[in-house]
Write a protein that binds this ligand. Structure first.
Ligand SMILES: Nc1ncnc2c1ncn2[C@@H]1O[C@H](COP(=O)(O)OP(=O)(O)OP(=O)(O)O)[C@@H](O)[C@H]1O
Length: 244
């Protein structure tokens, strides 16, 4: 483990029922101000890995460390309170009947009122769409705008680590570009460690520092994102044979 490692998973074995292991000796790490992408076929355990890091699942063996602290058995609500971890699930990640302002307030519910106002101002400056629609219900936002709101809500308490489950799911190429730009800003402006699952492999690798290709609950390949984009096996399996 290096000093800059923020999220470390060591040899994790985990599953939803006692009989079936979905993670079968999984080891990954992600560092400060780094975007790390998890790729792999449907059902290989990408979302399960995020849920294990977030604390929705407890590993049967192996460890999950956040900033060096062993949090393997810490339940999700405590992790959110006590560690600098944020989680943006794939679906139902904004409250559509609440306004943009109210969604952000939900994200900042542990903060003092003044801190909430300051943080909302900061995030509205980073992501102008939030300011434009500040008092409108989130239901009035497009898919990409909702995804940016979900990211901003998770950023309200200034997490140092962020888990993103398919942030570009269901988005048009233009909206995907905007959401990925928002993710790069989170890394570059706030130094957040981002571990994300993505189906849009080529686009995700372009903004990532490193990536893991998972297969059947284990790491099959890992490396710098730029190297993986050049890897013939990765190109064939995940990039539709396209050259980077
Ligand atoms: N709540 C659950 N209860 C039982 N089994 C589950 C549950 N969620 C997922 N699984 C199983 O765990 C395995 C891995 O699922 P997971 O969602 O982690 O895959 P994934 O790599 O994220 O796939 P996808 O790319 O399709 O989202 C699958 O076989 C799935 O059926």
């Amino acid at each position: 483990m290096s000093a800059r490692d923020m999220i470390v998973v060591e040899d994790a074995i985990a599953g939803y029922t006692p009989e079936v292991d979905i993670l079968r000796g999984m080891s990954v790490r992600a560092g400060h101000a780094e975007i790390v992408t998890l790729l792999g076929p449907n059902g290989c355990g990408k979302s399960t890995l995020l849920k294990t890091i977030a604390g929705f699942l407890t590993p049967r063996s192996g460890r999950v460390l956040l900033e060096g602290q062993d949090v393997s058995v810490m339940p999700v609500h405590r992790k959110i309170q006590r560690t600098g971890l944020g989680f943006v699930p794939q679906t139902e990640n904004v409250f559509t009947s609440l306004t943009i302002r109210e969604n952000l307030q939900v994200g900042g519910h542990h903060l003092a009122d003044r801190q909430v106002r300051e943080r909302m101002d900061e995030l509205c400056a980073h992501y102008p769409v939030l300011k434009r629609k500040f008092n409108d219900p989130a239901a009035s936002m497009s898919g990409g705008e909702r995804q940016i709101l979900a990211l901003a809500r998770a950023l309200m308490p200034r997490p140092r680590m962020l888990l993103l489950d398919e942030p570009s799911a269901g988005l048009s190429p233009k909206m995907l570009g905007e959401v990925f730009e928002a993710i790069v800003k989170i890394r570059d402006k706030e130094g957040v460690c981002i571990l994300m699952v993505e189906q849009n492999a080529m686009e995700a690798l372009r903004i990532s520092d490193r990536a893991y290709v998972l297969s059947m609950g284990r790491v099959a390949l890992t490396g710098a994102a730029a190297d993986l984009m050049d890897d013939p096996q990765v190109r064939e399996l995940y990039l539709g044979g396209r050259a980077a």
